[in-house]
Design a protein around this ligand. Structure first.
Ligand code: ADP
Ligand code: ZN
Length: 434
């Protein structure tokens, strides 16, 4: 059997060796970061020096870096090399406020590209594949990141970009696309465009999809795999850590391997900022280990996940993280109960008859919170007996209540009637005033 490893040696490095490499790279990163105006100041205030780092556990003496720190250092405060060494800028999507920017040297781009090649090769992308990238090109990292990664493998890349669904489908058929990169909510939307065009989503040659950029449940992945008849692999990344290529599922689809030769990983309690015991849920914190243009120390991603302990049958030694639950900012507090939109998604998709999109609306009246969940359901429910619709509405209400312990108002709406986005889905509209 052909090797599934892009770089067997590094992907299967013994933990002890991997940790030695991390320690060496962590020290080098501190030296590099100290050349940026921001870390130069912070390190000198805190008395931080690379020589003082004796073990990986010493990372706890380093400062956290937040999205706000990056925003305050706009634009060049964390750049650690002379301007002429920088070749590329990217930015975050700005989902939670002002976007942040990241700068790369040619070496950084080369390393990032390699990580993406590693991810895609792992699940079987080869030079014989036709790869259609349905992500926005430009400042967003999902376009160019995957583009160069697939080119490095030698696949034929179709830089389709986001949106323009009918043309996407045309391209899929005309050029025999075998692999796609797509946001999960967009994959759902695209399926309805197939239907509208009278085409079967299973009739393409696509055999794998890389899905990421937004939280989604295991149910959502299964639904996408069923609709299209291909394998969908979860892909996680963020612009501050290059973009995609941080963590990716292997063929076993049992968590995402996080590339520990490139990122030092911690999981902390977002309130106490102390590490959680291995395996417990917390906020993912990462330090870049090879970046030179803009090294970032202990970046607080706000993404909630847990480490999955134990070896993976694929043989890779890089640890796995569980699919992201959401950001700490995504947590809704309704009547004192903490709720993540993916919990709602997971339960909705478990109910037969539920369609491809939903929206959560929060209101407050006389100090009382109320939650409405608008759910697209299959067209047939609007054609026949209205009793059916009411039955479905009750079923969904029960299902949601058992998950979130709050009884939402459930509104069933026709397919394709809720707003959709070409980028990350907007799942919540919060009309509550403080
Ligand atoms: P922004 O932080 O403004 O959205 P990015 O485009 O850099 O900008 O997006 C990175 C974020 O997207 C991550 O921090 C995470 O919250 C989310 N994300 C990316 N990939 C996934 C994934 N596979 N599952 C869940 N969330 C993801
Ligand atoms: Zn694996």
């Amino acid at each position: 059997m052909e090797s599934m490893f892009w770089e067997r040696e590094i992907e299967t490095l013994e933990r002890e060796e991997l940790e030695k490499l991390q320690l060496k790279r962590l020290k080098a990163t501190i030296r590099k970061a100290a050349k940026s105006p921001y870390y130069a100041r912070v390190f000198s205030e805190m008395g931080i020096k690379a020589e003082k780092i004796k073990s990986l556990a010493d990372v706890k003496h380093l400062p956290y870096t937040t999205k706000d720190d990056l925003r305050k250092q706009w634009p060049y405060g964390l750049v650690a090399v002379p301007r002429e060494k920088l070749v590329r800028m990217h930015s975050s999507s700005g989902t939670t406020g002002r976007a942040t920017v990241v700068f790369h040297t040619a070496k950084d781009i080369d390393k990032w590209t390699n990580l993406l090649a590693r991810c895609m090769y792992m699940v079987g992308l080869r030079k014989t594949d036709v790869f259609q990238n349905m992500m926005t090109y430009g400042l967003f990292t999902g376009g160019l990141g995957f583009h160069y990664g697939a080119e490095r493998i030698g696949a034929l890349v179709i830089p389709a970009g986001a949106g323009n669904s009918k043309r996407q489908i045309q391209l899929l058929f005309d050029f025999g696309t075998t692999a796609i990169h797509v946001i999960p909510s967009y994959a759902m939307h695209l399926a309805s465009v197939f239907e509208e065009m009278g085409l079967d989503p299973k009739s393409t040659q696509v055999r794998m999809a890389f899905i990421g950029a937004e939280p989604h449940s295991e149910k959502m992945r299964q639904r996408i795999e069923e609709i299209y008849g291909f394998k969908a692999y979860n892909s996680y990344g963020l612009s501050e850590m290059n973009g995609p290529g941080v963590a990716f599922e292997c063929p076993y689809q049992n968590g995402m391997h996080i590339w520990e030769d490139s990122f030092l990983v911690e999981v902390i309690d977002p309130k106490t900022l102390e590490p959680v015991p291995e395996g417990e849920q917390g906020e993912l914190v990462m330090t870049t280990l090879t970046r030179e243009g803009m090294p970032i120390i202990r970046y607080r991603t706000k993404d909630l996940t847990r480490i999955i302990s134990g070896p993976c049958p694929c043989g890779r030694t890089h640890r796995r993280i569980e699919r992201i639950m959401g950001r700490t900012d995504d947590m809704l507090i309704v009547k004192g109960v903490n709720i993540f939109p993916v919990q709602i998604e997971k339960r909705l998709l478990a109910v037969p008859g539920v369609g491809k999109n939903f929206l959560i609306i929060l209101e407050r009246e006389d100090y009382n919170d109320s939650m409405t969940v608008k759910v697209e359901v299959e067209r047939q429910y609007f054609q026949g007996d209205l009793g059916q619709l009411e039955k479905l509405r009750r079923k969904i209400t029960e299902e949601l209540k058992s998950e979130i312990l709050v009884t939402p108002k459930v509104d069933l709406v026709e397919p394709d009637s809720l707003p959709k986005s070409e980028g990350k889905a907007v799942r919540v509209i919060d009309n509550r005033k403080e």
